[in-house]
Design a protein around this ligand. Structure first.
Ligand SMILES: *[C@@H]1O[C@H](CO)[C@@H](O)[C@H](O)[C@H]1NC(C)=O
Ligand SMILES: *[C@@H]1O[C@H](CO)[C@@H](O)[C@H](O)[C@H]1NC(C)=O
Ligand SMILES: *[C@@H]1O[C@H](CO)[C@@H](O)[C@H](O)[C@H]1NC(C)=O
Ligand SMILES: *[C@@H]1O[C@H](CO)[C@@H](O)[C@H](O)[C@H]1NC(C)=O
Ligand SMILES: *[C@@H]1O[C@H](CO)[C@@H](O)[C@H](O)[C@H]1NC(C)=O
Ligand SMILES: *[C@@H]1O[C@H](CO)[C@@H](O)[C@H](O)[C@H]1NC(C)=O
Ligand SMILES: *[C@@H]1O[C@H](CO)[C@@H](O)[C@H](O)[C@H]1NC(C)=O
Ligand SMILES: *[C@@H]1O[C@H](CO)[C@@H](O)[C@H](O)[C@H]1NC(C)=O
Ligand SMILES: *[C@@H]1O[C@H](CO)[C@@H](O)[C@H](O)[C@H]1NC(C)=O
Ligand SMILES: *[C@@H]1O[C@H](CO)[C@@H](O)[C@H](O)[C@H]1NC(C)=O
Ligand SMILES: *[C@@H]1O[C@H](CO)[C@@H](O)[C@H](O)[C@H]1NC(C)=O
Ligand SMILES: *[C@@H]1O[C@H](CO)[C@@H](O)[C@H](O)[C@H]1NC(C)=O
Length: 802
């Protein structure tokens, strides 16, 4: 590196050699250009300069200052991306995994802004999202459905758009979880069973349960007490964060530098650049150090390399020790751990600097100024049952995005439905759950299936549904207009013998058929089977398919030559138990879609909306095709490197049932005329731009473009999602997967028309992490360019010489 870069370079030196200035990650150290954060920083710094030490300590302990010369009300924080938790009179949006399946940047922005608007109107200041992590390293991860999925590029783009949208809606984006929190098993300690403390598993406001919210989501705790639910494990040695006893430890995710930067840290560049004001550190460990106390991670990488100017706050149990967290990079914590006397003792014996304390306080308030929450316009905090109706016309967005997100996996011509005469709905997932839409989920007891229509997840991702349009309700209404005869069996394990149902004896009626799956199936020209898979906070999955539901599908298909399966799942759900049955004529796949779910599904089944959703993960043929299982030991080593999901499948020549990015339409598309263009020359090998919020400025330079023509070759209007994958130049030492997603655009194209699609490649998109230099490197040579309809359905190839 040239000497002129030395000053800037210092910030990205590896953890082992960071200077003590850098290690503190202080905003005032001047390493990071604040850009449009500058005025918020100025206000924050001015505010903090008026505070006494005791007042500063109150703020970092999630407390409020009242009747003092400078007032501060603790931030009102709530989960999550599908709607604020535990309120009446608010909307229940589709879950992140569902929304991500739209692959639609506008849809993601629209929903993010609408959700945030509701937060703002309820008087909340911060939304615990976007959720980047867990990414879905393991197919069995219980919370995979809460995030944008395992592709780092995709996860980052969608996370960045969401963060922007939350701010546009008026609140602070609080990204989570940081980081390498990829499974639920042993996320706390073996002693507590690996999840009993889970945050935010309250029911909706209409549930009968006693709602609890995690520390992570209840920032408005009164000063002087710990944020509710936060329990802290004492350690003998305040400063040591290394576990001596694995008995009481959560698991540790151990990862090499290259994989870390290229897969797990990658999305955070986009999320931070987009203006995220807070980042929630995980309750687990990274390389045997608590994620909330790891200074190389929080101060070195997050606050310096990525230039993050906001607040780090802990997930439940994330704050382990007083000094370790204060010097490790946590900015907001429990007031019992960070009592006035404790912090003052650290200050007086020099173990904590005044500069670091000031930085913590600045970071606590800077997001508030950045979001203009100091303008005095926000309504005051509503109680959960105050009649503050924030729903506006959001039902339209929810219905529209729900339909856009549904993935058509298979279609032998059965869809769209065309005036069916006799239609039967099978399975609990078609209708209401017996106890109503907000039946409280239990944490470890959730799943593996749900005995009703699944429209929300559990734990931190549980919605407060104002109502729920089930498929049964919406389809009945739609079918009635065409005089379709509709029957149903809304149960996954129904059997005539066990129910003692007497319908079977009503043989005098021609329309009373044998009340069984087989009987109803045989008497229908369309059989719609609804199945689901549920997992969530607190426990990982035990299965990726379900025997009862698969038996139901097979029984129906054995008797009905037009069996259509609809899957609602919070994660990967396998289909090989019946996919090759010729009577299974169509399969649709989605995440939990929120309050309008049944309408969204009906819109697609009837072709009012032409499906355009795409998978955000690979559906394998067998469970054993996935390479990463749940880890049961204290050390969880990420030995698979960057090879997760489709990158692993390609690397190991494993044939997927449905590839990452797959999804069909009721029309068809053709691709032609690929063109690659290098836009910038004489690029340095290593990124060397100044450090800004989001990392080095030049990482975001658009250095190349790929153009392709997409033609609607079918007979209906529709939307296609052309995807750009790259392969790194051979011999470049980049050591990358065969293909990596680096662009996608959802384009609506009318029949017989075409669209010119342009993908812009940022320097970052063509770079790899050079472990030796500790910098992003841009290899020279020929990049392979692939454009297609999924990671395996490549329609156009080209090369890009860099
Ligand atoms: C930085 O580290 C050096 C050497 O380790 C030490 O002498 C100096 O006091 C430290 N400065 C601060 C501000 O902590
Ligand atoms: C605010 O402070 C003033 C002066 O210290 C005191 O007289 C007053 O009672 C306080 N008000 C409240 C509500 O605590
Ligand atoms: C702080 O709050 C008190 C009580 O609400 C109020 O009297 C005082 O003016 C406020 N101070 C500032 C600086 O806003
Ligand atoms: C992890 O969880 C499993 C299953 O609950 C338990 O048997 C094991 O002891 C735990 N391991 C650690 C290191 O906590
Ligand atoms: C809610 O809490 C109250 C008071 O602790 C208790 O009596 C009641 O049984 C709880 N209800 C439920 C559904 O757990
Ligand atoms: C974890 O430790 C490995 C081996 O020492 C190191 O290369 C890597 O950078 C560390 N990762 C993080 C995220 O600290
Ligand atoms: C732990 O922190 C307390 C202050 O809360 C301090 O009095 C004590 O000496 C510390 N213990 C160690 C081992 O550093
Ligand atoms: C489903 O049917 C089975 C067998 O008839 C019965 O035991 C079970 O209670 C039913 N489930 C629901 C949710 O009605
Ligand atoms: C398909 O359904 C028909 C009834 O329509 C049945 O006769 C046939 O055996 C089924 N085929 C399979 C492979 O299940
Ligand atoms: C399905 O079976 C019905 C009779 O039950 C028959 O009329 C129809 O042609 C069959 N459809 C297909 C696609 O085989
Ligand atoms: C993980 O790596 C550590 C050392 O880095 C090693 O001690 C441990 O045995 C490994 N754990 C597993 C489960 O492979
Ligand atoms: C995958 O297939 C390619 C080409 O067929 C071959 O070169 C490669 O060694 C295979 N990889 C594995 C892991 O089997």
């Amino acid at each position: 590196m040239k000497t002129s870069l030395a000053v800037l370079g210092a910030a990205t030196l590896c953890a082992a050699s960071v200077s003590n200035t850098t290690k503190d990650g202080l905003i005032t150290d001047g390493l990071v250009s604040l850009g449009d954060w500058q005025s918020a920083f100025d206000k924050a710094q001015n505010f903090v300069s008026q505070l006494t030490t005791e007042e500063k300590i109150t703020i970092i302990g999630a407390g409020s200052l009242t009747n003092t010369s400078a007032n501060w009300t603790a931030l009102g924080i709530s989960d999550g991306p599908q709607g604020a938790q535990n309120f009446y009179y608010e909307s229940a949006f589709s879950m992140t995994c569902a929304l991500a399946m739209t692959w639609d940047k506008d849809a993601i922005y629209k929903q993010g802004k609408a959700v945030a608007t509701e937060f703002y109107q309820k008087g909340l200041q911060m939304l615990a999202g976007p959720v980047s992590n867990p990414m879905g390293r393991s197919a069995w991860g219980g919370r995979n459905g809460e995030s944008f999925g395992p592709d780092a590029y995709f996860n980052g783009i969608l996370g960045g758009i969401s963060a922007k949208a939350y701010q546009a809606g008026g609140v602070i984006a609080g990204g989570k979880h940081f980081i390498l929190y990829e499974q639920e098993t042993n996320r706390t300690s073996s002693m507590s069973g690996g999840g009993g403390m889970g945050g935010g598993m309250g029911g909706g406001p209409t549930s009968s349960g006693n709602s609890t919210m995690g520390a992570s989501t209840s920032g408005s705790a009164p000063s002087g007490s710990a944020p509710s639910g936060m329990t802290l494990r004492a350690r003998a040695d305040n400063s040591s964060t290394t576990q001596s006893s694995t008995e009481s430890a959560p698991y540790s995710s151990n990862i090499d530098d290259k994989t870390f930067r290229e897969t797990y840290l990658w999305p955070w560049y986009d999320i931070i650049k987009a203006g995220t004001g807070a980042v929630m550190c995980a309750m687990t460990e990274v390389n045997n150090t608590a994620a909330c106390e790891d200074s190389s991670l929080l101060m070195g990488m997050l606050k310096t390399d990525l230039g993050f100017p906001g607040m780090v706050w802990p997930d439940q149990n994330g704050q382990k020790t007083a000094l370790g967290s204060a010097t490790g990079g946590l900015d907001y914590g429990s007031s019992s751990t960070w009592s006035t006397s404790t912090i003052e003792a650290f200050l007086s014996n020099g173990s904590l600097s005044e500069a670091r304390l000031n930085d913590m306080v600045i970071r606590n308030v800077i997001g508030y100024y950045r979001a203009n929450l100091d303008n005095g316009e926000q309504p005051s905090k509503a109680d959960y049952d105050d009649y503050v109706d924030t729903m506006s016309d959001h039902a339209n967005i929810i219905r529209e995005n729900g339909a856009k997100s549904i993935v058509l996996l298979k279609n032998d011509g059965a869809l769209p439905l065309n005036k069916p005469r006799r239609m039967t709905l099978f399975g609990a997932n078609a209708g209401p759950v017996m106890g109503g839409p907000n039946l409280q989920f239990t944490v470890q007891g959730s799943g593996p299936t749900y005995q009703g229509h699944l429209a929300s997840d559990s734990g931190s991702a549980q919605s407060s549904l104002p109502y729920l349009i089930t498929p049964e309700a919406a389809l009945t209404l739609r079918a009635s207009k065409e005089h379709t005869n509709v029957k149903w069996i809304l149960n996954d394990t129904y059997s005539t013998s066990s129910s003692g149902n007497t319908l079977v004896t009503l043989s005098s009626s021609e329309t009373a058929v044998d009340a069984s799956y087989a009987g109803y199936a045989a008497a229908s020209d369309v059989c719609l089977v609804f199945i689901n898979a549920l997992s969530g906070e607190g426990a990982d999955r035990t299965e990726l398919y379900n025997e009862d539901q698969d038996t139901m599908v097979n029984t129906v298909a054995a008797n009905c030559n037009n069996t259509i399966v609809f899957i609602t799942s919070t994660g990967i759900r396998l289909v090989d138990q019946w996919i090759e049955n010729e009577n299974v004529t169509a399969v649709l796949y989605s995440g939990p879609l929120g309050q309008e779910s049944g309408n969204s599904i009906t819109d697609v089944l009837y072709g009012d909306v032409n499906p355009s959703g795409r998978l955000i993960h690979t559906i394998a043929k067998n469970e054993s095709d996935y390479n990463v299982e749940i880890c049961y030991t204290y050390n969880c080593n990420y030995t698979e490197g960057n090879y997760i999901d489709y990158k692993y499948f390609e690397h190991s020549n494993t044939t997927a049932r449905y590839a990452f990015g797959h999804g069909l339409s009721y029309t068809s598309f053709g691709y032609s005329d690929i063109k690659t263009t290098k836009l910038m020359s004489n690029l340095s090998y290593h990124a060397k731009g100044r450090l800004e919020v989001g990392g080095r400025a030049d990482l975001y330079d658009v250095v190349a473009e790929v153009d392709v023509n997409v033609q609607n070759t079918g007979s209906r209007d529709g939307a296609e999602v052309p995807q750009l994958y790259i392969g790194y130049p051979e011999g470049s030492g980049a050591d990358q997967p065969l293909k990596a997603l680096r662009g996608f655009e959802r384009v609506e194209i009318k029949k017989d028309e075409h669209s010119q699609v342009k993908f812009q490649l940022r320097r970052r998109d063509l770079s790899f992490w050079d472990v030796t230099a500790q910098e992003w490197a841009l290899p020279t040579g020929d990049f392979k360019i692939y454009v297609g309809a999924s990671s395996t359905d490549i329609r156009q190839t080209g090369t890009l010489a860099m």
